[in-house]
Design a binder for this molecule. Structure first.
Ligand code: IMP
Ligand code: MG
Length: 172
């Protein structure tokens, strides 16, 4: 069984945008140290490229979210892997692959905010802003996307296609 896919963002376009995001982030923090948090698994490639385009003293951390509850509903969010360091008093930047309803990042931002970081911001490679169900600010949006389900550059469909260098829409 294979899926029909069309390329929507090329590997070259992604690399150009990531370099620009790295510059924007570098400028904003003015040489201050930054704790960069990768949201597993989807952000792993974006994170790997982005941290290499940021010119600041960095600390790299990883979290993973899971939801439990009944079927179709997104259910209750929990950490299946939490941070391994305190973020109190630190500049924290969350790195996410794609923000859709916004519920995952709303949970993460609220949870992190309770830990009293010095600053807390969000960078997302893809921003499906029209599908937002909660109010949420993506401080550094990579690419806007109106609709469709995409894979590649970290993002999956049933755990497939994460390794692709470009971003593809699954069509039927
Ligand atoms: P949200 O909580 O609805 O914002 O969901 C965001 C999460 O859903 C992302 O971190 C992705 O893991 C997943 N997701 C949403 N849209 C897509 C997509 O088009 N392709 C792959 N994963 C997606
Ligand atoms: Mg994700």
């Amino acid at each position: 069984m294979s899926d029909t896919m069309v390329e929507v963002i090329s590997a070259e376009e992604i690399q150009r945008r990531v370099q620009q995001l790295g510059k924007d982030i570098t400028e904003l923090y003015q040489g201050e140290p930054l704790t960069v948090v990768c949201v597993l698994k989807g952000a792993f490639l974006f994170f790997a490229d982005l941290v290499r385009s940021i010119d600041l003293p960095l600390e790299l951390e990883f979290v993973r979210l899971a939801s439990y509850g009944n079927g179709t509903d997104s259910g209750q969010l929990v950490f299946s892997k939490d941070l391994e360091t305190s973020i109190q008093g630190k500049n924290v930047l969350i790195v996410e692959d794609i923000v859709d309803s916004g519920r995952s990042m709303d949970f993460l931002i609220r949870t992190f905010a309770e830990r009293r970081p010095k600053s807390l911001r969000l960078v997302a490679l893809v921003d499906k802003s029209e599908r937002r169900e909660v109010e949420l600010t993506v401080d550094f949006p990579g690419f806007p996307l109106k609709k469709g389900f995409i894979v590649g550059y970290g993002m999956d469909y049933a755990e497939r296609y994460r390794e692709l260098s470009g971003i593809f829409e699954i069509v039927d």
